[in-house]
Design a protein around this ligand. Sequence first.
Ligand code: HEC
Length: 144
Amino acid sequence: MRSLLFALLIISGLVTATGYGFLVSARSGGTETPGRALYVTNCAGCHGVSLEGQPDWMKRLPSGRLPAPPHDETGHTWHHSDKQLFTIVKSGLSSIAPGYESDMPVFEGVLSDEQITEVLDYIKSTWPDRARAYQADRSKADPM
Ligand code: HEC
């Protein structure tokens, strides 16, 4: 009787340990996407490692320009279609708002089209369902 209990304990311990290990590796695999690495290198300096943006991002700087907004759901990145976001990152804000002066760099020649898409996919992957659904609708109405 004792040895049977002991065997059961070992088996359930093994199941828990392996199941847990699987979950942990699946999770960490999700955060280290190529898009995340590109984001940290190229965007996080202004938009924040946790996509939190610059402090007081709605208040103009002494230069009259705006600070970098957050890319999480508290910002307005999710209000834009894929086409708009891609164009902003590749060609700059002035390409959709001519004459607009901004500290947002132009990434043409720095990131390939695929890399821009990967960065944007990473940003989108952090949004809650509501923001993702809204942004997907905007993208459908404004195809690439
Ligand atoms: C040197 C600082 C800086 C870096 C680096 C930077 N940005 Fe920006 N970004 C800004 C600023 C400042 C704005 C706000 C510009 C404005 O409204 O005048 C902005 C705006 C944006 C917007 C428009 C947001 C909106 O809600 O309208 C997008 C999209 C964006 N950035 C994406 C990126 C991505 C992706 C990267 C990296 C590949 C990046 N930015 C790197 C400073 C930066």
